[in-house]
Design a protein around this ligand. Structure first.
Ligand code: CA
Length: 233
């Protein structure tokens, strides 16, 4: 495999070990960035957009677990934790906080390379599966890969946010979803605006779909939230 386009971020405070792994990965053709603590790991992650991360959990200051948690808020980049022997709780916490795999110190470089290949392959496979996925309810079809919407033969133009909102409601069809749940999932936890933004976007969707094609897709449960109804289930 040609690794030249693949940028790896190594987060490790043991400078000698970081250097050793860096040289081995460069030898394999990877492009390598090194961070020696949690803060600089987050900075380098933002600046360099690595394709995979090797993350030591025992770091001074900001812990590896915290680094993992913060990166997972915005990214599904593969993260392989590096843990000390016997630190079972570290492994559990790391996996709970979104790490994909772990390697225990001391390790052979061949094991690191093998686990990196697996994590990268898994990432590609799941991205491809997501790319082919379609959501349907009645005559409405959302293509999640192409991000297109069709009602029967009609193409419907939606903005990114409208599309994400409709996709989320259809993924959970026949379940009533509260405004807060919608805000968290579609707008993200960092959204601090008015919750009535959800009502505004539901109105946009109704204008573009329900009103135009005289079909009721999005239903309101007053004081609770919204749902998309599919009679066939
Ligand atoms: Ca360490």
């Amino acid at each position: 495999m040609d690794n030249s386009a693949l940028k790896v971020l190594i987060v490790e405070d043991e400078v000698k070990l970081a250097r050793f792994v860096e040289l081995e990965l460069k030898h394999e053709g990877y492009e390598v960035i090194v961070a020696n603590d949690g803060r600089s790991a987050l900075e380098k992650f933002e600046e360099e957009a690595p394709k995979i991360i090797l993350l030591d959990l025992m770091l001074p200051g900001l812990s590896g677990i915290e680094v993992c948690r913060r990166i997972r808020k915005t990214s599904d980049v593969p993260i392989i934790m590096i843990t000390a022997k016997g630190e079972v709780m570290d492994k559990v916490m790391g996996l709970d906080n979104g790490a994909d795999d772990y390697i225990t110190k001391p390790f052979a470089i061949e094991e690191v390379l093998a686990r990196m290949r697996v994590a990268l392959k898994h990432k590609r496979t799941s991205a491809a599966a997501e790319g082919e996925k379609k959501l349907t309810v009645k005559d409405l079809t959302l293509d999640l890969g192409k991000r297109t919407v069709k009602l029967g033969e009609h193409n419907i133009d939606l903005t990114k946010r409208e599309f994400d909102l409709l996709a989320y409601l259809i993924k959970n069809k026949n379940i009533v979803i509260s405004r807060e749940q919608i805000l968290n999932k579609v707008w993200g936890y960092d959204y601090f605006g008015e919750t009535n933004i959800v009502d505004v976007y539901v109105r946009y969707l109704r204008t573009k779909i329900d009103d135009k094609y005289n079909e009721k897709f999005i239903h309101t449960i007053r004081g609770v939230g919204y749902y998309v109804k599919d009679d066939e289930e």
